[in-house]
Design a protein around this ligand. Sequence first.
Ligand SMILES: Cc1cc2nc3c(=O)[nH]c(=O)nc-3n(C[C@H](O)[C@H](O)[C@H](O)COP(=O)(O)O)c2cc1C
Length: 542
Amino acid sequence: MKILLINGSPKGTKSNTYRLSKAFIDGIGDVSPTEIEEATVKEMDLKSCLGCFGCWKSGNGTCVVKDDMQSVLDKMLWADVTVWSFGLYFFNVPGKMKMLIDRQLPLSMPFMVSDSETGGHPSRYDMSGKRNIVISTCGFFTAKGNYESVNAMFDHFLGKGNYETLYCPQGELFRVPELHAKTDEYLGVVRKAGAEYIQAGITAETREKLETPLFPRDVFEKMADASWGIEQNAAAENGTAVRSSEGFSFTRQMAALYNKASYTGRDKVLEMDYTDVGERFQIVMKKDGYEVLRENFMPFTTKIETPLTVWRDIAAGKISGAEAMAKKMYRVAGDFDMMLHWNNYFGDGDKPAVSADTSKTKEKGTNMLLMLLPWIALWVGVSIHSRIGSLVTIGICGLLQLLFARNRRTFYDGFSSAAAIGFSLTALLLPESVHLLLPVSYLVFGLMWCVSCFCKIPLTAWYSMNDYNGESAMQNPLFVRTNRILTLAWGVLYVLTAVWTYFLMGSEIASYIALINNIVPIVMGIFTKWFQGWYPAHFASK
Ligand SMILES: Cc1cc2nc3c(=O)[nH]c(=O)nc-3n(C[C@H](O)[C@H](O)[C@H](O)COP(=O)(O)O)c2cc1C
């Protein structure tokens, strides 16, 4: 497939639209071998059409102006697909690209055609089978109503219905590194559209995604206004604006992403203290919107002390918020919940500072109960009646396998079922060993936790990840560290349980063992819940 990309943006390869056009062509390349030629209008020696009709009068379609246009015409005749790529300028193509469009006159013959309502000229060359796609970004929140002039022009020279269009609003977002997660996702859809276009045409599903604006209007417009780094000059009467500080512009852009749906019935105040530039701002997150304060500060809910450069890098995805925190690049004071659910508060396109957006977990979750049940069945069942208890444990372990259709199985789930069945069979085959069975099973259970502390991902992390955006939480050093400590604590507890169970079994308080062994994990469970919240906050405040 021979493709000509005409990049009409005055920004050349820095063009927003160029990114889309490249993604689209990459998509074509995904399904068909491609040869690509680019005509970068900005770099071309391209003069205006003289209007002399020399190309028509000479009879051979040769333009009298000698510049780079002839090579563009040759490439147009060579290409199977021509991609017209440009940013919308005053509701049409940028000026130099219009010059290129005018200079196509040699491609047509002077004669009038009678089958056109508005008049037209026949093509000098056989252009049948050639395809065209018009790709453009524009600056407003929507493409609707902005491309009428463009459509009218291309309808006339390519023929109505003879070309495909891909118009993307909010084009300036493609240059914002902080939003690359969002814009890359869109570019992925554009790439898919390219693959579909060359096969059976862009599907309705892809078209719908392409037409969905990156951000809702109010979010986009606030973000766009803040991105210029200037503010209305209240003192001046007309037309002037003052430069705002980098920190203030950045905070305003961040605040624009505030997701009102995260409101929990109480206003929250996020304080950003940029230590490198010596500036402080507050984002007051309210039910119906937000406010950015640079004076008259309020008591903060959460305060982040960070160099602006660090927070910019986090927002741009150059470093994860969690990793930066583990490296002690910033500090957090106050309520830590905002850090854990950053994506809920600052919805689209931004990075979670620490982790966790439970609403987006799509993968099949693990379930700690499936790991614990075999052990609980064993300990309770065998204590009551060793033979029946063992049989019940084996039965429960068998039934558990059915539940894995709905849950993701971990190594520890499999190991626990196998160990519980092993202990139950031992109790059935060697009834005289039953008195040792309880302490040994506690020991094995405890060692399972202890050994897992030395693995890359500790045991509890496999289960608590469900609350922290699934397996991606494993990338968060603080999450892994918190879980490693908890896993070790539980492991040690059960190794100790094994020891005291063994020694107490022969003593006069033997009848209290079951009670003790049930109370201790409850206390430990309460500690775990508290520690999961306290430790990351404590670490972040350092
Ligand atoms: C001179 C000028 C005129 C523009 N006119 C429009 C316009 O009419 N409608 C619109 O939505 N955006 C307009 N924009 C915004 C651009 O279309 C937008 O920034 C686009 O993403 C630029 O694409 P590019 O980087 O590929 O050149 C204009 C920008 C400039 C510089």
